[in-house]
Design a protein around this ligand. Structure first.
Ligand code: 3HC
Length: 314
């Protein structure tokens, strides 16, 4: 084993973070670019189902909160793209791959938001699931990714709370509003569980990622944590979990839950979900439509650089 590999292994073992200028195995760099890039894309695509409701939010307060949340997600994407760039990834290349279907984004954002209650459910359940995953990532072995996650988690907790509060208002409202809330839970419960990825015995990247401490917990462990955290919240809202097999196991202290529809999950990953096409089309249009801004910014930056060089010479 070469010396650089030994230093890398020792850092991983001792929980010393790996930094951009440190030597790292090519496969470690590649897996991080894959995961951080997908994570960044999820933040960007995740703005679409909620952004769709900004003009239809029921009150001015809800509109302001939703706008702030959607902007936060854009900010998360920027930290994450920057973290991927510290590994040598190119942002334009990542965008091209997303639009060409060669990079993934979270399965959850391929479902439509049919009612205002779906927006509340996304804030509560989807951001709630994201927090469970991302709190663990605050200690991931790659420094820039871990540090980005600390700030992201603070904002995601606010998102989760505002989602729960919006849900609570619906659940305590008229019978029709309560039904909207229940329908949203019925639609988003299982997709939220799928966000944690395939089961451990079917997760090709987990073993290596856990050895490198890129991932600190397995997909199934984090999914279980989410279920354990969230069932009591559903009950507190006076709603039900759409899972006839759900029961609390006194011996393990955990909720047992039914089988996830993995066919649906893998169909979505293959681009066959209800909104896959629409989401990618929206990203393609935004990327092409924003070209003039990127070009102008590049010309401006070049001119600024030339001016400051000319001033130095003078
Ligand atoms: N949606 C889409 N693809 C998924 C997925 C999901 N829910 N779960 C797994 N996959 C993909 C993996 O990316 C991998 O594909 P690839 O090899 O082509 O890259 C394949 O399915 C096999 O899964 P593995 O379990 O082997 O993959 P990982 O070890 O990477 O684990 C993961 C998957 C748990 C999602 C991990 O990548 C991870 O923790 N990522 C960071 C968190 C993240 O991306 N969160 C996005 C959530 S949304 C969000 O944060 C936005 C906020 O606003 C709510």
């Amino acid at each position: 084993m070469n010396n650089q590999q030994q230093i890398f292994d020792q850092k991983i073992e001792k929980d010393i973070s790996i930094e951009p200028k440190d030597w790292m195995p090519d496969a470690y760099r590649k897996t991080l670019i894959r995961q951080i890039g997908q994570h960044a894309h999820s933040e960007v695509v995740g703005m679409l189902p909620e952004g769709n409701w900004i003009t239809r939010a029921p009150t001015l307060k809800r509109k302001a909160v939703l706008m702030a949340k959607v902007q936060d997600e854009a900010g998360h994407a920027l930290y994450l793209y920057s973290a991927a760039e510290t590994l040598g990834a190119d942002r334009d290349d990542m965008m091209d791959k997303l639009i060409a279907g060669r990079m993934k984004y979270s399965s959850i954002f391929n479902y439509p938001t049919l009612s205002w209650a779906d927006v509340a459910a996304i804030g509560w359940l989807v951001d709630g699931a994201a927090i469970v995953n991302q709190v663990a990532l605050c200690r991931t072995s790659y420094g820039p990714y871990a540090r980005a996650m600390v700030r992201v988690c603070k904002e995601e907790s606010f998102h989760q709370r505002q989602g729960f509060e919006a849900m609570m208002q619906l659940a305590n409202g008229t019978p029709e509003q309560k039904q909207l809330a229940q329908d949203a839970v019925n639609r988003f419960w299982w997709p939220a569980l799928m966000m944690f990825g395939p089961s451990d015995d079917n997760s090709p990247n987990s073993a290596q990622s856990m050895q490198w401490k890129v991932k600190l917990f397995s997909n199934d462990d984090l999914r279980q944590k989410f279920v354990d955290n969230t069932v009591s919240q559903v009950l507190q809202l006076g709603l039900t979990v759409p899972d006839p097999d759900l029961k609390f196991n006194e011996d393990t202290g955990h909720y047992q839950f039914g089988e996830i529809n993995w066919d649906e999950f893998f169909a979505i990953l293959a681009g066959k979900g209800p909104c896959n096409h629409e989401r990618i089309e929206a990203r393609r249009k935004a990327w092409e439509g924003g070209k003039w801004v990127r070009d102008s910014a590049a010309v401006y930056a070049q001119k600024q650089q030339q001016q400051s060089q000319a001033q130095k010479v003078a």
